[in-house]
Design a protein around this ligand. Structure first.
Ligand code: FES
Length: 129
């Protein structure tokens, strides 16, 4: 009975409208590898990723602002060697993890497309676009 009540509480808190579960919260270590996933966005299913940075989860379409290439050189490797910036493996554009804003390289001021993230009940969700 207590388990059922807990499940009801969690389902009530979980995002309902257009939300997509990405992973368990524990799957994203702070400053660690990202999680790749696909999301419906403007009528297409497109690659995306989530990372934890500074304790918060951020998610972006996995599409560089320079050329529409995926960023990670190895699956889940989105941060540079210092763990300071998101980096595109193709030509080295760097982006702020907390905003997706261009911080250098060939992105030339264009940022990543961010997704709305909710973390609740030990799970990470993004909003479909
Ligand atoms: S494709 Fe990402 S920097 Fe060129």
């Amino acid at each position: 009975m207590a388990g059922k009540k807990r499940l009801t509480e969690l389902s009530e808190r979980a995002p309902k409208v257009r939300a997509q579960r990405v992973c368990a919260s524990g799957d994203l270590a702070d400053g660690g590898d990202g999680i790749r996933f696909e999301v419906d966005h403007n009528g297409e299913t497109v690659p995306a990723f989530a990372i934890r940075y500074g304790g918060r989860v951020y998610a972006y379409l996995n599409r560089c602002a320079h050329i529409a290439m995926e960023l990670d050189w190895n699956p889940g490797k989105f941060l540079d060697a210092e763990g300071e910036y998101l980096i595109c493996s193709t030509h080295g554009a760097v982006y702020a993890p907390e905003s997706g804003a261009c911080r250098g390289g060939p992105c030339r001021g264009a940022g990543l497309s961010g997704l709305t993230v909710t973390e609740v009940g030990g799970n990470v969700y993004v909003e479909r676009g």
